[in-house]
Ligand binder design. Structure first.
Ligand code: SAH
Length: 353
């Protein structure tokens, strides 16, 4: 039995075996095809033809961190900083709700202005206005107590990519104030508090080796998150990695396939970064096992300022346009964009298709 068959059978491998699997699939299109078929089968088993949507509200680009790859890192003086008011955030939700979004993702840099009190107040306002919607936060590392308060205020989910499961690579990508162990601890804290948790990493980040990706896969299996966000690394002109090559779309798509098999019931977004490097990137992601898309609900006037990497797509479109465009694209490849909270699969979920 080859390594791909064994992976399909047991949904898990060791680090060395993951390296072997990735190398084999990248060389042999028949192996990749077989993995894709299995990923699509599993995706259909758990989620039918449904593609879930989340409305992304990028509410602050202030950040106290200096992640070396990120365009909105603290040290970048060329960024025009903005933060949305509570009213502006609620307007985004209102527009999003009308368009059919039932999950709002509040993402931002680690902005000290948003104390627990201010953020909890915003979460409570969304919770009371939109009781049937899911509220997802993606605002980086905070204390257990802070996560607890935000959960109590009504947040359901939290996205915090682990970025890389290899400590050495983590230290190369981040300044020394940022601790590898702490980020992982945050993910365990969030799980303990009952959040639906999303982890994830960049593909082909500067210095990343196959070994690192294998570690990511082993870590994901151990953490068992509800969601896994992965996207290719894309250079930003105002960072030390400006001249580094962008990540591979093909490798990202293969990893989506592998993650679908690794964690069959996970929510897997076809990310904006994938769509930025390849006009058909998100469709390729969906066809490989992904089942979520996250269109931008941020106010048009601020979109270009939330520039994590160069040439980010959908910065000039109205939310309505981008949702309609995605709905058409998704239908073309045989799936359907659904309106609903789009929770992670659980034993109670029943699929009719
Ligand atoms: N402050 C939040 C949100 C970070 S931005 C947090 O710490 O979680 C969301 C994600 O964008 C990051 O987790 C990172 O994986 C990704 N990202 C940042 N810069 C990128 C780049 N240059 N290329 C691709 N993805 C990038």
């Amino acid at each position: 039995m080859n390594i791909a068959d064994r992976f399909i059978k047991q949904n898990s491998l060791t680090k060395d075996e993951f390296i072997e699997l990735i190398l084999l699939a990248e060389q042999d299109s028949a192996v990749q095809q077989k993995l894709t078929e299995e990923a699509v089968r599993l995706r259909k088993k758990y989620y039918g033809a449904d593609v879930y949507t989340r409305g992304l509200i990028e509410f602050t680009n202030y950040c106290k961190n200096n992640c070396y790859y990120c365009g909105i890192r603290k040290g970048n003086r060329n960024v025009k900083r903005y933060r949305l008011t509570k009213e502006e955030i609620l307007e985004c939700c209102e527009r999003g709700y009308e368009l059919g979004f039932r999950t709002f993702v509040l993402q931002g840099g680690e902005d000290p202005y948003f104390t627990d009190e201010r953020l909890a107040d915003i979460v409570r306002a969304i919770r009371s206005g939109y009781s049937e919607c899911a509220i997802t936060l993606s605002v980086g590392e905070r204390s257990y107590e802070s996560y607890r308060l935000l959960r109590e205020a009504g947040a359901d989910r939290y996205l915090l990519r682990h970025e890389t499961a290899n400590e050495e690579l983590y230290e190369n990508l981040h300044p020394k104030e940022m601790e590898f162990a702490r980020r992982r601890q945050c993910l365990y804290d969030l799980k303990k508090l009952g959040y639906q948790v999303g982890a994830g990493f960049m593909v082909d980040s500067p210095g990343q080796k196959l070994w690192d990706l294998a570690e990511d896969l082993v870590f994901l299996k151990e953490l068992d998150p509800h969601m896994v966000g992965i996207g290719p690394f894309i250079p930003h002109h105002d960072t030390r990695y400006a001249e580094e090559p962008a990540g591979s779309v093909e490798r990202t798509v293969l990893l989506l396939t592998i993650i679908r098999i690794l964690l069959p019931a996970a929510l897997l977004p076809a990310t904006t970064a994938l769509g930025t490097l390849d006009a058909a990137g998100r469709e390729k992601g969906l066809a490989a096992g992904a089942n979520v898309v996250m269109p931008n609900l941020s106010p048009l006037k601020n979109r270009r300022q939330y520039e994590l990497y160069d040439n980010k797509i959908c910065t000039g479109e109205e939310a309505a346009e981008s949702r309609a465009d995605l709905a058409a694209r998704v239908e073309k490849i045989g799936y359907r964009l659904v309106s609903g909270r789009g929770d992670a699969w659980s034993r109670d979920t029943i699929h009719t298709c």
